[in-house]
Design a binder for this molecule. Sequence first.
Ligand SMILES: Cc1cc2nc3c(=O)[nH]c(=O)nc-3n(C[C@H](O)[C@H](O)[C@H](O)COP(=O)(O)OP(=O)(O)OC[C@H]3O[C@@H](n4cnc5c(N)ncnc54)[C@H](O)[C@@H]3O)c2cc1C
Length: 370
Amino acid sequence: MSQQRILIIGGGIAGLTAAVALRRHGHQVEVLERQPEWPAVGWGLTLTGPSLRALHTIGLDEGCIEAGFPINVIHNCDVAGNVLHKVEPPSLLPGQPVSIGIGRPALSRVLSEAAAEAGAVLTLGAQVTGIEQNTDGVEVILTDGSRRAADLVVAADGVHSAIRTAIGIEDTPSFVGRAIWRITVPRPAWANQLTTFNGAQHSSGIIPLSDTGAYVFTTQPIGESDQTPDGDLAAEFRELLAPLEGEMAAIRDGIVDSDRVVRRPAYGLVVEGPWHRGRVVLIGDAAHACYPGMVSGAALAVEDAVVLAEELETGPTIEEALTRFGERRIDRARLVVDAGQRMAELEGEDRYAEEHEVQGRAFAALAADI
Ligand SMILES: Cc1cc2nc3c(=O)[nH]c(=O)nc-3n(C[C@H](O)[C@H](O)[C@H](O)COP(=O)(O)OP(=O)(O)OC[C@H]3O[C@@H](n4cnc5c(N)ncnc54)[C@H](O)[C@@H]3O)c2cc1C
């Protein structure tokens, strides 16, 4: 398809990688991000083999690998740090790490710089509040009342996507009954792989993000009405980590600043049926969100970006390209979300060996080409 005017709503992993992928195919691209700045602080995440493979296809793997820390194995331990089980996901990029840990600010910097370099316009502080479309085009409305016209809108506005609702898609995220707690810490030398510690109803762990930084997480069963954090988060985090022994005990005792603790409820979602209406298509968490235990939300987001650009290249019309895009993606998204949901259930029953088997099988399936 010839050059299209494309607006991307949301400058997260899905939106920024879509900007790069679509620019590589010659489209005119603007990203509208409601935050006034790219993140300068905050948590990190694991980019698995499928993430790195998809980043490779748009030339972003090396920048991410340089900005992150290589992870080749997951050590699942008891609370004393004895390794009970290892998950060794397949390597998907020859000569490169199996996966990496990377800080959110570092990832955002690599992706936003690449999108700008590729020629995308990146507009910060631009919140989309409405959307109107007809057969010839689509317009988005910003908070200041201004409008932007486009041939196609890519809604990459996250799990609580307002655009999903605005275009009449009724699927909503379901709460999986667990919260994830996170804080970044200085990286101890021994934390050079992803390590989890499995205790009663809590899975905790430490993930290296760089030579100097790491992040610590734990999961917690919570009720439907307990999704908004309050109280002394640092003290509560320390309490959740209380069963940990050895080297992790010292790290736990250093968690004292509640402002640096992030506690988020986890959701699951797969939009059933087409992921588009007219000229507006959902990608990333707006279309599918999974329990973080699968560490694969970013992989799905980057793959969405790559596949969308491919389908727009070959599709004879926008309608056919978007239909084909959703059809290519939904089974893979369902695989990840279902595995994540099962992991959360098994974690709640302290059935960790089975949980790790579910994760290992899903990783093996995700190694298949997209
Ligand atoms: C605790 C936790 C840990 C995780 N760990 C991992 C991991 O280790 N590995 C992994 O692969 N995945 C992980 N994930 C999942 C991963 O973070 C997500 O899948 C990924 O960030 C989704 O990216 P996105 O761009 O679709 O959405 P988001 O990152 O949510 O980005 C959406 C963007 O849209 C913007 N926006 C929203 N509405 C508007 C609007 N109206 N106008 C303009 N801008 C708007 C937002 O400001 C935001 O920047 C984790 C998730 C959680 C919650």
